[in-house]
Structure formats: structure tokens, C-alpha cells
Design a protein around this ligand. Structure first.
Ligand SMILES: [Zn+2]
Length: 105
């Protein structure tokens, strides 16, 4: 196939049409998801966050369990949680209505 360096994706995280992530070292289904749903900017952001996650949780690349934990963090960070958008529920990162249902009196 020809070089796909200028491919554009609709990013799951920032919701923009932007150049696809490059240098994705994940394989399989997860790798495909990243390549098709994450933009280059967000991928770079994750790579920075990843270092912090690894340090914070003391993850070990040799350990399959650590790899799984890291992958989960990544999916969360990149909003790749494999939910098909049928129903449109979780569209509210900000929830100002905390005291909303508080009908005192
Ligand atoms: Zn993005």
C-alpha cells in the first residue's frame, strides 16, 4: 500500500478531523482502533501521560497484567472504550447540575 502518512481520522478524544497517530506500536484490534480513531496530537499527549501512569503505578512492561492495566488507562485516556455509540448517553464530561435535583423544602 502507499504511504498513509497524511491520513486523517475523526479523533475519538478531541472529536476533530486530524492527522492520524503515527508510531503506534500496539498491534491487533487495539492498534487498529488507535490508528483509525486517534489523532497524532492526542497520541503524543497519551505518550506523555503514559510515562506518568507507568511511574505512578510502577508498571512493568514484562508483566502481562501491567500491560493490560496500561492498555486500559490508554483506552480511557483516548476515549476508546469500545462502546458503540448507540443511545448517546455518556455525553457529559462536565456535570454542573450537582444541586439540581435537590428540591428541599
Ligand atoms: Zn485528538
Amino acid at each position: 500500500m502507499a504511504g498513509d502518512e497524511a491520513r486523517t481520522v475523526r479523533c475519538a478524544r478531541c472529536n476533530r478531523d486530524a492527522p492520524a497517530a503515527t508510531g503506534v506500536f500496539y498491534g491487533g484490534e487495539l492498534g487498529e482502533q488507535i490508528k483509525s480513531r486517534v489523532c497524532a496530537d492526542c497520541w503524543v499527549e497519551w505518550q506523555e501521560a503514559e510515562v506518568m501512569v507507568i511511574n505512578e503505578l510502577r508498571l512493568n512492561f514484562m508483566d502481562p497484567e501491567s500491560q493490560e492495566i496500561l492498555a486500559r488507562h490508554m483506552q480511557e485516556f483516548l476515549m476508546l472504550d469500545g462502546e458503540s455509540g448507540a443511545g448517546g448517553t455518556g455525553s457529559g464530561p462536565i456535570g454542573p447540575g450537582m444541586a439540581d435535583a435537590a428540591s428541599g423544602d
